[in-house]
Design a binder for this molecule. Structure first.
Ligand code: FAD
Length: 476
C-alpha cells in the first residue's frame, strides 16, 4: 500500500472541504484532499448549482408559455407553444456542473493541493486508507472532516423505482407528467415549483400546516399565493403513508381523516438531509457527537486534538456558504491565525417563486418583541414594476432594535431578491443602524431601493410609501 504523510488531510471535496484545502494551500500548508465522488460536493454536483440551472430554464420556459396565452406577455405574442427537449436542458445543466467541478480541480492544483480520488476510511483519528485502484494510507498532523450530508430516507418510502431524492430529480431524462413532492421545505418547494413551470402536474404533501415552515407566514404568503394560482395541489397537515398496492400512487392521510392516493410518475422525497457520519470510520476517531452531528467548538475543533469538522457534518444551517466560511477559517487557524466562527447571522435564500431571503432576526423571533418592524412593498418600486417583478405582494422588511436602531434582521420576498442577500448580510454583520442604510444613496432604479425605503420607513419617513407614519408601523 502506498503511504502519504502530510500536514493537512481534508476529507470531502464539497464547498467546505475544497475551500479549506485551497486556503491551506494558499497558506503554504502541505495538503491532501480525498474525494470519493466528484470535486464540488453536493452543492456543485447535485445541489445548489444544478437546481438553480433547472429553476432558471423552467422560468424561461414558463415565460414563453405565458406569451402563448391569449393576450400574450408584456406585449409579446408567441404564435406557437415552445417545446422543451429536457435531455438538452439536462446536458446544458451538466455542462455548467462540469465547468465548475473542473474549475475547482484547477484551483486545487494551483494551490498545490494533492487530490486523491477514492473513499477515505479512518483507522485512527489521524490516518485513513483510501480505497482506489492502488489503495493509499494517508497520515496527517491535522484532519479536516467535511463529508457533508445525504438526503433523509423515509422508512416507509425507500428510494428506488418511483421514489426519488433531489439528486435523481435533478437528473431526470424527461419532465414527469405527474410529480408528488413529499416535504415542503426549501428543496422540495424549489424543485416542485420548477417542475410545475416545466409543465408537470405537481402535488405537494406536507405534515405541517404550511409550506416553508421555517419562515414566517407573512414572508411565505407570496409563494403560497403563487402555488395556489398555479394550481399546484397542496396537501397540508397531511401525512405520506407509503406507496399504494399497485406501486403507482402515494397514499396520503389528510387532515380531515380522509385517505387519498396521489398518482405520480415520481414521488420526490425532500424531508431533510442528515450529516454523513457513517461508512468512513467515525467510530475509530473518539469524537463527541451533538445529536446526529459531529460536535465542534467555535473554531470547528472536535473533541480529538487537531481533528476539525466543518459544513453540513457539524450542524445547521446546512448551507454551502456556511461550509466554505468554516473551511477557510479552519485553514487559517491551522496556519496559526486567531479566528472564531461567530457570524452575527448567516443569510438563507429560497429560490422559489418568488424568492425569499432571510438574515438574522424575524419579527416573530424571541428578541424581536419590542423591535421596530418596518417594510417597503415592491409594488412601489420602479425597478420591480419595470421588470414585471412586483406581482404577488413582495416586500423588504427590517427588524431593528428600538433604542439604538441597530438592524437585527432583514427579510425579503420577491422576484430576484436573492441578489439582495449580500447587502442584507453585510448590514446585519456590520451592525448597521437604520440611519446607516437610510443615509446610503441606493442606485435608481434598482430593487435595492426597497431596502433603503424600508429603513426610511423604520425611521418614520419613507418617501414612496403613503402609509408611512411616524415610527413603528407594523409588518408589511
Ligand atoms: P458536501 O457538499 O455534501 O460535500 C461532501 C463531500 O464529501 C462529497 O463530495 C462527498 O462525496 C465527500 N465524501 C463523503 N464521504 C467521503 C469519504 N469517506 N471519502 C471521500 N469523500 C467523501 N446550499 C446553499 O447554500 N444554497 C443553495 O441554493 C442550496 N441548494 C441546494 C439544493 C439541493 C437540491 C441540495 C441537495 C442542497 C442544496 N444546498 C444549498 C445545500 C448545500 O449543497 C450543502 O449545504 C453544502 O454542499 C454542504 O457542503 P459540505 O462541504 O459540508 O458537504
Amino acid at each position: 500500500m502506498r503511504r502519504i504523510t502530510t500536514k493537512v488531510l481534508v476529507v470531502g471535496g464539497g464547498p467546505g472541504g475544497y475551500v479549506a484545502a485551497i486556503r491551506c494551500g494558499q497558506l503554504g500548508l502541505e495538503t491532501v484532499l480525498v474525494e470519493k465522488s466528484r470535486l464540488g460536493g453536493t452543492c456543485l454536483i447535485r445541489g445548489c448549482i444544478p437546481s438553480k440551472a433547472i429553476i432558471h430554464a423552467a422560468s424561461r420556459y414558463a415565460e414563453m408559455m405565458e406569451a402563448v396565452a391569449p393576450g400574450g406577455h408584456l406585449g409579446i405574442h408567441l404564435t406557437q407553444a415552445p417545446s422543451i427537449d429536457f435531455l438538452a436542458t439536462r446536458s446544458w445543466k451538466d455542462a455548467i456542473v462540469d465547468q465548475l467541478s473542473g474549475g475547482v480541480a484547477g484551483l486545487l492544483k494551483r494551490a498545490d493541493v494533492r487530490v486523491v480520488e477514492g473513499r477515505a476510511r479512518f483507522t485512527d483519528a489521524k490516518t485513513c486508507v483510501v480505497a482506489c485502484a492502488e489503495p493509499v494510507a494517508i497520515t496527517a498532523e491535522h484532519v479536516i472532516l467535511a463529508t457533508g450530508s445525504v438526503p433523509v430516507e423515509l422508512p416507509f418510502l425507500p428510494f428506488g423505482r418511483r421514489v426519488i431524492n433531489s439528486t435523481e430529480a435533478l437528473s431526470l431524462a424527461a419532465v414527469p407528467n405527474k410529480l408528488v413532492v413529499v416535504g415542503a421545505g426549501y428543496i422540495g418547494m424549489e424543485l416542485g415549483i420548477a417542475f410545475s413551470k416545466l409543465g408537470a402536474k405537481v402535488s405537494i404533501v406536507e405534515l405541517q400546516d404550511r409550506i416553508l415552515p421555517l419562515y414566517d407566514r407573512k414572508l411565505v404568503e407570496p409563494v403560497h399565493r403563487w402555488v395556489k394560482a398555479r394550481q399546484i395541489d397542496l396537501h397540508l397537515n397531511a401525512r405520506a403513508r407509503g406507496m399504494s398496492e399497485t406501486g403507482e400512487a402515494l397514499v396520503v392521510d389528510k387532515a380531515d381523516g380522509a385517505t387519498v392516493e396521489l398518482q405520480a410518475d415520481h414521488i420526490l422525497v425532500t424531508v431533510g438531509r442528515r450529516p454523513l457520519t457513517q461508512g468512513w470510520g467515525l467510530e475509530e476517531m473518539a469524537l463527541t457527537m451533538n445529536g446526529p452531528f459531529v460536535q465542534v467548538d467555535s473554531c470547528c475543533r472536535t473533541a480529538m486534538k487537531n481533528v476539525w469538522a466543518i459544513g453540513d457534518l457539524v450542524g445547521e444551517p446546512m448551507l454551502a456558504h456556511k461550509a466554505s466560511a468554516q473551511g477557510e477559517m479552519v485553514a487559517e487557524i491551522i496556519a496559526g491565525r486567531r479566528r472564531h466562527f461567530d457570524p452575527v447571522a448567516i443569510a438563507a435564500v429560497c429560490f422559489t417563486e418568488p424568492e425569499i431571503v432571510s438574515v438574522g432576526l424575524g419579527p416573530d423571533d424571541p428578541g424581536a418583541a419590542d423591535a421596530i418592524i418596518s417594510s417597503f412593498p415592491f409594488a412601489a418600486n420602479g425597478r420591480a414594476l419595470s421588470m414585471n417583478a412586483a406581482e404577488g405582494g413582495g416586500f423588504v422588511r427590517i427588524v431593528a432594535r428600538k433604542d439604538d436602531h441597530r438592524i437585527l434582521g432583514i427579510q425579503a420576498v420577491g422576484q430576484h431578491v436573492s441578489e439582495l442577500s449580500g447587502e442584507f448580510a453585510h448590514a446585519v454583520e456590520m451592525g448597521a443602524l437604520l440611519e446607516d442604510v437610510a443615509g446610503t444613496i441606493h442606485v435608481h432604479p434598482t430593487l435595492s431601493e426597497a431596502f433603503h425605503e424600508a429603513a426610511l420607513d423604520g425611521l418614520g419617513h419613507a418617501i414612496h410609501k403613503a402609509s408611512t407614519r411616524h415610527r413603528n408601523l407594523g409588518a408589511a
